[in-house]
Design a binder for this molecule. Structure first.
Ligand code: LLP
Length: 430
């Protein structure tokens, strides 16, 4: 394989891009476009790297399902030994279908409903990461009604400074909606330890996403361990897990990749001393650079001095550039050689529907294929049907083989839950 892009999984053979041993042109011809293409081996490799780095301490890797939620991806991660981190009843449903048992699942999320808490208890999840006193009291009631004891970890806001590329992806700073404020955590922990139907088994944080600095992890973790020592001294709870969340950054452009050894050095010594089991909830790290969005150029257009490349993928397929102003590398599957500076945009009726602005790119023409790199995390999982566009297909590549893991939606799928006239009922005002 030729030149390596962001992972060795994508390279060139005879000038054209391939994923592992499969030509992207073949996938486009067989499955059409737009299509998400994932390299199974890139996911395996990231999982193995992380597992190796954490090997010195007892640990569990719980893949954060929201990053890429399709059953084919979940089944692959399960085969590697991962557990999952979920944030909704829907993700619980997916995880179960992919074969994860309750003991493989931790349930995070700032706004779990009563029904979701019940589903998690019925599934016997390993932990429910509780984010407020209100949630704890509701969980106590639901557990009591079911006649069970709920396994609780408290998600604490460690209130550290977190630098991520966009403020939407910071969660561990003071005043954000996530977690229990650090100062209130001891009281909520004591409550969790004392309620008859909750068992305090863990402390948890998740400081943000695409975090490339180690200090927020180190500091956040120290704050959690301080709390742990305080609770232990009081005899409160039976804490055995320390969950430091996800967030590990990947390379989108020319950023330095996260140094896993340095991450391990920052985190492992204190966890080893505490004798707790470490949990991590990575999403992007495992799948981000394992996936690309394959799209075909529909048109070229020049207007008002700007050059446009119009693709058959749109912001409904990959929201990140528009929503977070996120950078994704884009290149032609079979470059023509000449270059052009253009805006690469989709067909959606919004000026915010772009993948790149003023980008130096191959001088692609209608019919040519482009790949948008680093689209494996928060790509398909954030896709919508906006503009009544059926969602893309997803394909998994493994060596010389490829297979569809998500079929492209059809028009009928768009209206499956709709009806022309409502089932009228009366509204009870009389
Ligand atoms: N754990 C919890 C509780 C989370 O909320 C998240 C992500 C993760 C783990 C996984 O984080 P990761 O390892 O993937 O960074 N849509 C945004 C990212 C939002 C992340 C939300 N929470 C994006 O496209 O950048």
């Amino acid at each position: 394989m030729g030149e390596s892009i962001l992972t060795p999984a994508f390279g060139r053979v005879d000038g054209a891009l391939v994923c592992e041993g499969v030509a992207l042109e073949t996938i486009a011809e067989t499955v059409s476009t737009p299509t998400y293409v994932y390299s199974a081996n890139a996911i395996r490799e990231q999982y193995a790297r992380l597992a190796r780095a954490l090997a010195p301490v007892p640990h569990r890797v719980h893949y954060s399902v929201k990053a890429s939620s399709s059953l084919g991806i979940l089944a692959l991660l399960r085969s590697l030994g991962a557990g999952v981190d979920i944030v909704s009843g829907g993700e619980l449903y997916r995880a179960r279908l992919a074969g994860f048992g309750g003991e493989d699942i931790v349930f995070s999320g700032v706004g779990k409903t009563e029904a979701e808490l019940r589903e998690a208890l019925e599934a016997r999840t390993l932990l429910i990461n509780v984010e407020s006193e209100g949630e704890l009291r509701l969980l106590e009631r639901v557990a009591r009604d079911l006649g069970v004891v709920a396994p609780v970890a408290l998600r604490v806001n460690p209130e550290v400074t977190v630098n991520t590329p966009h403020h939407y992806t910071r969660t561990g700073e003071r005043g954000l909606k996530f977690g229990i404020p650090y100062g209130e955590a001891p009281a909520v922990a004591r409550l969790a330890a004392s309620l008859p139907h909750t068992r305090l088994l863990g402390l948890d944080m998740h400081i943000g996403s695409q975090v490339s600095e180690l200090d927020p992890y180190r500091l956040g973790m120290l704050r959690l361990l301080e709390l742990y020592e305080q609770l232990r001294a009081e005899g409160a709870g039976e804490i055995r897990y320390l969950d430091i969340g996800g967030g590990l950054a990947v390379t989108y452009d020319s950023e330095a990749p996260i140094d896993l050894d340095a991450f391990a050095d920052a985190v492992l010594p204190s966890i080893a001393a505490s004798r707790l089991t470490l949990l991590v909830e990575p999403g992007r790290f495992l799948v981000g650079n394992a996936g690309v969005l394959l799209t075909r150029v529909l048109y070229r257009k020049r207007t008002g001095g700007r050059e446009y490349v119009i693709t058959d993928a749109g912001m409904n397929d990959l929201l990140r550039p528009s929503h977070y102003n996120a950078y994704h590398r884009i290149e032609a599957v079979r470059p023509r050689g000449a270059r052009v500076v253009a805006d690469i945009v989709g067909p959606v009726c919004e000026s915010g529907d772009f993948f790149a602005l003023d980008r130096d790119v191959d001088d692609v023409q209608p019919g040519d294929l482009l790949v948008i790199h680093s689209a494996g995390a928060y790509g398909f999982s954030m896709a919508s049907n906006y503009n009544s566009r059926p969602r893309a297909a997803e394909v998994l590549v493994d060596g010389e083989r490829f297979g569809v893991i998500t079929t492209r939606e059809r028009y009928e799928d768009l209206v499956r839950h709709e009806q022309l006239t409502p089932d009228w009922r009366t509204g009870g005002c009389s």
